[in-house]
Design a protein around this ligand. Structure first.
Ligand SMILES: [Zn+2]
Length: 344
């Protein structure tokens, strides 16, 4: 899922996302709640209509940004009080409020309100954080079930409404992760996410936690790994059984001039590309690689032209989506022929 933080995948127009084959994008509840406001978006017909995105969409719960961006947070069992990173105004988010905001935004998939346990966290801290996340998951689900029918597009789609995913936390403790997964499955969410990974821990620990949790989660519901990762990682995770991932990396790196290619990472600003007539990635047939040279992309970065961010982002998204398309094809092939065990 390309990340569309504030109702836009930064620098990339919606029709281009469609052409690239993006089937689902992510919106950030925290940002949209602060600006332009979820009630305004509801009045505009929901986020799909507001940003003219007819395909699927997922919103996060707002929790992650509250914990990572805002100032002066105070966490209680009831919720989180925080100050906006935009204007310092004071806000209070509870699981119920996160659901109200996400129902107003009207994405296809909403996420339970959780606390993303930081790394490193000792056992006591991880247990306490998990206790809070599980209580908030229950409250999120209860409130969502009571109000999901209020989503603005419900009548247009024959009474269909949004889905809610629960989030497995538990820090880097295998037994806490297991306990978290089991408790969420008892609550019966529409899908399950694994959160609190890729937060600074070594990669083998990330892998260990994923390998622990994934087999516990039902195979007939989506399994979503939040906030990962580099191109080789997303391929590895998909082969382990992850169905969905999101990451700002392809677009954020692109705006800083970092391109992911079949030849490895390119820092396109580098002087060595100044007169390079080749395409950004010779193996890529995206609209940028078909049309522009490395020399031109390098010039755009050097000159601080906004088109640099756009073209770099389009290529990086094409590269990421291309990996997923290939892996999907291979996994479908494997499933059809029941050969070649899927190695992690
Ligand atoms: Zn390309």
């Amino acid at each position: 899922m390309p990340v569309g933080t504030a109702g836009t995948v930064k620098a990339v127009p919606q029709d281009v996302l469609e052409t690239l084959g993006a089937e689902i994008i992510l919106g950030n509840t925290y940002h949209l709640y602060l600006r332009p406001g979820h009630e305004l978006i509801r009045r505009m017909g929901g986020l799909h209509r507001f940003m003219s995105w007819p395909r699927a969409m997922l919103t996060d719960s707002g929790g992650f940004q509250v914990f990572s961006l805002s100032a002066l947070r105070k966490v209680t069992d009831e919720g989180v009080r925080f100050r906006s990173h935009l204007d310092g105004s004071s806000h209070f988010f509870t699981p119920e409020h996160s659901m109200d905001v996400q129902i107003a935004l009207g994405a296809d998939i909403a996420m339970a309100f959780d606390e993303c346990t930081e790394y490193p966290a000792d056992r006591t801290r991880a247990e306490e954080s998990l206790r809070l996340t599980m209580a908030w998951a229950r409250r999120s689900l209860n409130h969502f079930r009571a109000y999901r029918d209020e989503v603005v597009w419900r009548d247009e789609f024959g009474g269909r409404t949004q889905s809610l995913f629960g989030i497995v936390q538990g820090g880097m403790y295998r037994d806490l992760r297991k306990q978290s997964a089991e408790q969420l499955m008892e609550m019966d969410f529409d899908g399950y996410a694994v959160g609190g990974l890729s937060v600074g821990e070594p990669r083998d620990l990330t892998m260990e936690m994923i390998a622990e949790v994934l087999p516990l989660l039902p195979k007939d519901k989506p399994r979503y790994l939040m906030g990962v990762g580099y191109p080789d990682e997303i391929e590895q995770y998909a082969r382990m059984g992850v169905d969905m991932m999101d990451c700002v990396l392809p677009t954020r790196a692109a705006r800083h001039g970092l391109l992911f290619t079949s030849e490895g990472r390119l820092t396109i600003k580098s002087k060595k590309f100044a007169e390079d007539q080749g395409p950004p990635d010779p193996q890529c047939d995206c609209m940028v690689c078909r049309r522009y040279t490395r020399a031109y992309l390098r010039h755009l970065m050097q000159a601080g032209e906004p088109l640099a961010g756009t073209l770099n982002s389009i290529h990086n998204l094409a590269y990421y989506l291309g990996i997923m398309r290939r892996v999907r094809g291979e996994l479908q092939g494997d499933a059809q022929h029941a050969v070649a065990p899927i190695a992690p």
